[in-house]
Design a protein. Structure first.
Length: 169
C-alpha cells in the first residue's frame, strides 16, 4: 500500500484528502502541516529569501499533497502580484487564524513576527488536541474491549447452555 502512494500521485492525493477529512485527526494533521510550512517560511524570510522562492521551498516540507497544491496556487498568485493573504483567502485550506495573521504581517511589514506568533500558538495547541483525542478514545476502547469480551464469553457459554438444557435430550 505504501508503494502505491509513493508511485501514484493521485493515490497519495486521495489519501491526504481523506486524512484531512477525518473527524478529529484531520484537524491535528492540518495544524501540524501548517505549522511545519510556517516554520520554514519564517526561516526563509529571516534569511532574506524572496517570498516566491520562500513559498516554493517551504511547500516541499509540508508533507501533505493537498496543502502542497494550495501553496503552489498561492505561489502562482503571489508571483502574479497578489498578496499571500488574499491568495490564502481564495483557497480556504488554511485556518482563518493563519490567513488573518498573514494579512497583519503583510500590512505591518513584519510577516515573520506574525507567523512566529501563529507557530507558537500551534506548538501549544497540538499537544492539547492530541491529549483530548486520547481522552476521548480511551473510554471508547474500553467499551469496545468489554463488547468483544462479552462476545467471546457468549460464544463459549451459549453452546454449553444449549447442551445442558432439557430440550437437548
Amino acid at each position: 500500500l505504501r508503494i502505491l502512494f509513493k508511485v501514484s500521485k493521485k493515490a497519495a492525493l486521495l489519501r491526504d484528502q481523506f486524512l484531512l477529512k477525518l473527524p478529529f485527526l484531520g484537524d491535528v494533521i492540518l495544524t501540524l502541516a501548517v505549522a511545519r510550512f510556517l516554520r520554514s517560511l519564517i526561516l526563509m524570510q529571516k534569511a532574506g529569501i524572496v517570498i516566491t522562492d520562500s513559498l516554493a521551498m517551504a511547500r516541499q516540507v509540508v508533507g501533505n499533497r493537498v496543502i502542497e497544491q494550495s501553496v503552489a496556487r498561492i505561489e502562482t498568485a503571489v508571483s502574479n502580484g497578489s498578496t499571500i493573504s488574499s491568495s490564502m483567502a481564495k483557497d480556504r485550506i488554511f485556518p482563518s487564524l493563519v490567513r488573518t495573521m498573514v494579512g497583519v504581517g503583510e500590512r505591518s511589514g513584519s510577516l515573520d513576527t506574525s507567523l512566529q506568533a501563529v507557530v507558537d500558538y500551534y506548538d501549544d495547541l497540538v499537544p492539547r488536541k492530541i491529549k483530548t483525542f486520547f481522552a476521548i478514545l480511551e473510554p471508547g476502547l474500553i467499551v469496545l474491549t468489554v463488547c468483544l469480551a462479552g462476545l467471546v464469553a457468549a460464544a463459549v457459554f451459549l453452546p454449553l447452555v444449549n447442551m445442558l438444557s432439557p430440550s437437548a435430550y
